[in-house]
Design a binder for this molecule. Structure first.
Ligand code: AMP
Length: 115
């Protein structure tokens, strides 16, 4: 958990339905919605309903939820594309993390470039 949990956390607000999002997948533990600034034809964010600051915190405290995120990423990439995708977790500002509620970026729908 971090200090951004709850009323200050954008993705908690999306989970609560207080901020609109283009939701493409839902389960009891996670939701998936389209990124507002897509970097690929399919660019979806998969987040747990529970607030955890980043994937490191999630893996330490609720590894079952991390497995749920991977399962939903696979489902979304199969529903919206051909089931081939890149999954990215940014951890920390130096890695580009700007929203401190763990989210998997799921990129698909085109030939992705190498790193
Ligand atoms: P990161 O930089 O890894 O923390 O990723 C945060 C992502 O959230 C970025 O790719 C943003 O484009 C995306 N984003 C920010 N606000 C929204 C929003 N309201 N709805 C959907 N995606 C958002």
């Amino acid at each position: 958990m971090t200090s951004t949990e709850g009323s200050d956390c954008l993705f908690c607000k999306i989970v609560a339905g207080e901020v609109p999002a283009d939701i493409v997948g839902e389960s009891p533990s996670a939701i998936a919605f389209r990124d507002i600034a897509p970097k690929a034809p399919v660019h979806v964010l998969v987040v747990p309903r529970e607030h955890h600051g980043d994937v490191s915190a999630l893996a330490a405290s609720a590894p079952n939820l991390l497995a749920d995120l991977v399962e939903m990423a696979d489902e979304v990439a199969t529903d919206l594309s051909d089931g081939q995708y890149r999954m990215i977790f940014n951890v920390g500002p130096k890695a580009g993390q700007t929203v401190f509620h763990v989210h998997a970026h799921v990129l698909s729908g085109t030939q992705l470039g190498g790193f």
